[in-house]
Design a protein around this ligand. Structure first.
Ligand SMILES: C[S@@+](CC[C@H](N)C(=O)[O-])C[C@H]1O[C@@H](n2cnc3c(N)ncnc32)[C@H](O)[C@@H]1O
Length: 350
């Protein structure tokens, strides 16, 4: 987003920017969230990823954690031993049912973006699948900067599911890539934070027991955008980058061995699935190859393809992964970029 957009975001929060932060349901949030929702807001695989992200990034030994916009589950792994976890949200039964909380507070951030805690209280602030409901996000992000200790972590996790009636207009009208930029802007405009880091887990197949699995809908994407509060001790423990483990990792030797045999097997070296014959499109505007056919791995469970979303985003190419393509003329494997699980399938010839 441009500097001009940045300047205007927080002023839009005060109602002068038209509908940017308006909602379809403008009634008191306590009414909507007064209904208990002991539900899972993401599928099981995506929730496992959320737990893994929290477990990887929280490196403090006995952290004081604030779960902002909390429900009955904070997705904190059992391996973490927090000194305290405070929940802030709107539904008393859900907060009472959250076993990890040492304390909780009912507090409407949209009416009172100032958090009811002293400066420099927490080592970590978590905000999971809820940033889309903030009508004054920059005010809230600024105040998170106030209650975090220097060097403390603000971890914002989001996906693509929402209660549309309570999500702000700019979130509803943005696509997934634009939402990442938007949350980055909240961090930037709040001003208290070091540079943000992004982790993406996307395109994994939905767990088989999930009720939507039969429709071919992939697992819910997980976007984790995080930054530390400025002024941290330079000697503090570094937060490791999150590595997406998916499928068993082959050694370089095993992979090379499989690649050597690919002409005979026509099997993907990464997942062992049969490659599909694919007609090279006759399109003057795209890169084309001399031969008429290639072989591509279209297995949505293939670890090469699943890990590709995060790998490409770290290389600066968001919203893209790649599949393994085998060129039979040259007897070489190469990646072919794909923007979605459906891409390229129309040219499968078998
Ligand atoms: C989709 S749920 C996510 C709950 C929890 N963070 C999780 O990961 O399961 C959205 C949460 O945001 C909280 N919330 C929504 N609007 C809020 C507001 N104005 N102030 C404080 N909390 C709010 C609700 O209480 C609800 O628990």
């Amino acid at each position: 987003m441009t500097q001009n957009t940045l300047k205007s975001l927080s002023s839009f929060e005060d109602g002068t920017g038209g509908k940017t932060f308006s909602r379809l349901d403008e009634s008191n949030d306590l009414i909507f969230y007064g209904t208990d929702r002991f539900v899972r807001h993401l599928d099981d695989l995506a929730l496992e990823t959320v737990v893994k992200v929290v477990g990887t990034l929280v490196v403090e030994d006995d952290p004081a954690i604030l779960d902002l916009m909390a429900g009955w589950d904070s997705h904190i792994p059992e391996t973490l031993r927090p000194l305290k976890v405070v929940g802030l949200g709107l539904n008393e039964n859900e907060l009472k049912g959250n076993k990890i909380f040492s304390d909780y507070v009912i507090h409407d951030l949209n009416r009172f973006p100032r958090l009811p805690f002293p400066d420099n209280t927490f080592d970590v602030v978590l905000n999971t699948v809820s940033v889309d409901y903030m009508t004054k996000p920059v005010h809230v992000f600024k105040d998170v900067g106030r209650v975090l200790k220097p060097g403390g972590l603000f971890l914002v996790i989001f996906s693509n599911r929402m209660f549309p009636e309570k999500a702000v207009e700019i979130w509803r009208s943005s696509n997934e890539e634009e939402r990442i930029l938007l949350v980055e802007d909240f961090f930037k405009e709040a001003g208290h934070f070091e540079k943000t880091t992004l982790f993406i887990s996307k395109g994994k197949p939905r767990p088989e027991h999930d009720k939507y699995a039969c429709r071919g809908i992939p697992s819910d994407p997980v976007y984790a955008l995080y930054a530390e509060k400025k002024g941290g001790d330079p000697r503090r423990k570094a937060r490791p980058s999150i590595t997406l483990t998916y499928g068993s990792r082959l050694t370089e030797e095993e992979l090379e061995e499989r690649k050597k045999r690919i002409k005979a097997t026509l099997m993907c070296p990464h997942c062992g699935e049969k490659l599909k014959k694919w007609a090279v499109p006759d399109n003057p505007f795209e890169v084309t190859w001399d031969n008429e056919f290639m072989y591509i791995c279209f297995n949505d469970h293939c670890p090469y393809y699943v890990r590709g979303w995060d790998h490409m985003s770290k290389e600066g190419n968001r919203g893209v992964s790649y599949r393994l393509m085998y060129n039979p003329e040259k007897d070489v494997c190469m990646p072919i970029p794909v923007p979605s699980p459906r891409a390229l399938r129309e040219s499968i010839v078998e």
